[in-house]
Ligand binder design. Structure first.
Ligand SMILES: Cc1cc2nc3c(=O)[nH]c(=O)nc-3n(C[C@H](O)[C@H](O)[C@H](O)COP(=O)(O)O)c2cc1C
Length: 353
């Protein structure tokens, strides 16, 4: 017997499928004869399916080419008018040691995005990065540790550039041991930044205070509400690293900071990628799987792809010295996934128009 038939949706095969299905139910005593007939027809259906696959792949490729062409034309027009198409990537950073890789991740996302020559010519990449309070000390540890070249994130405004240079000179005299001060003073206040070598990239950083008292935050009726504004602007969101705490909050709908408020209001027709990072004991705790399952179930299959996609952690020696699964996967792998999913999403959105 052939396996269950699943081609009934294909209009050309529908009749054949119905015949095949009825031959088993209505004429079981003719099994031998029908078996031969079924096998032949199954073979024909398989051939038909193969052709359909080839046809679909060809049509998708053509659509992709047309999309690229339209994008090129649009960008040429925009360039003539002195404008570029803006693509908004939201990067949420939470309190895992892997937050030390924040600047590296921004770099890798930018590298990956502008690896496509068309992007360099046509678009402006706007990265909006939100750090939780627990993430800020890890981000600062990087800046203090000097793991990145001084110019890796460059303020776009000259006065802010000078302020940053002065802060860098004085960084050893300053005491930011209460955690978070440097992130607020440098990465939020002196923004927006550009990524060294990529003038078409703008990085704007946010903290919880950005909801209220930063320029652009909410003060009175009619003002921008930051978490809704970012939710609306974003084409894609990645949480990297995602701490056990934030994972639990998303699973349960808690929203007591800017990052989780964005996620609580998230538009699940847009892609959301989550890269958990935590100690092996935390990762192996059964509650972690429950939270991941709950997130997948609640936000599961959405109009776009899987709705939420998890970029699972990897095995390595963790900060605590133990070896095990729980470390955030490499930033280059996260960046590649973000840009691949972003491109698919933008292409799908445009072909659907
Ligand atoms: C040195 C240090 C390293 C930590 N690393 C992690 C980690 O990798 N993953 C994690 O889930 N929590 C880690 N934590 C605990 C979180 O920072 C803590 O649960 C925090 O409340 C997370 O807050 P957030 O989800 O709002 O960012 C670490 C804490 C410390 C002090």
């Amino acid at each position: 017997m052939h396996p269950p038939l699943t081609l009934s949706k294909h209009p050309l095969c529908r009749q054949n499928v119905q015949n095949l299905q009825s031959c088993h139910t209505t004429n079981p005593w003719y099994e031998k004869w029908f078996l031969g007939k079924c096998n032949r027809e199954k073979w024909e259906l398989d051939e038909c399916l193969k052709l359909q696959k080839i046809f679909k792949a060809k049509r998708n490729k053509e659509k992709g080419e047309k999309y690229k062409e339209r994008r090129r034309e649009r960008s040429e027009r925009a360039m003539e008018e002195g404008k570029k198409e803006e693509i908004h990537v939201l990067v949420l950073v939470t309190g895992s040691v892997a937050a030390m890789k924040w600047v590296e991740l921004i770099h890798k996302i930018t590298d990956e995005y502008f690896d496509d020559e068309a992007h360099r010519e046509t678009t402006k990449l706007c990265i909006h990065s939100v750090a939780t309070n627990a993430a800020k000390p890890f981000i600062e540890a990087t800046e203090f540790g000097g793991a990145f070249p001084a110019g890796s994130l460059v303020p776009t405004n000259d006065e802010n550039k000078r302020s940053l240079d002065q802060l860098r000179k004085k960084k050893n005299e300053r005491n930011y041991s209460n955690g978070g001060g440097l992130y607020d003073e440098v990465f939020v206040k002196l923004g927006p930044f550009t990524v060294d070598g990529y003038p078409n990239c703008v990085v704007q950083n946010y903290n919880d205070a950005s909801e209220y008292n930063q320029s652009g935050g909410w003060q009175k009726r009619g003002d921008v509400v930051t978490h809704i504004d970012l939710r609306n602007k974003a084409d894609i969101c990645v949480i990297a690293p995602c701490s056990a705490n934030t994972l639990a909050k998303i699973a349960n709908g808690l929203c007591d900071n800017l990052a989780t408020s964005i996620l609580r209001a998230w538009d699940f027709t847009k892609p959301l990628l989550i890269a958990p990072a935590m100690n092996t004991y935390m990762w192996q705790n059964p509650i972690t799987k429950k939270h991941i399952d709950a997130i997948k179930e609640n936000h599961g299959k959405q109009p776009f792809g899987d709705g939420v996609q998890f970029l699972d952690p990897i095995e390595k020696t963790l900060m605590c010295g133990e070896m095990g699964v729980g470390a955030m996967r490499e930033t280059v792998s996260i960046a590649k996934n973000v840009i691949r999913v972003l491109n698919d999403y933008l292409q799908k959105k445009k072909t659907e128009k």
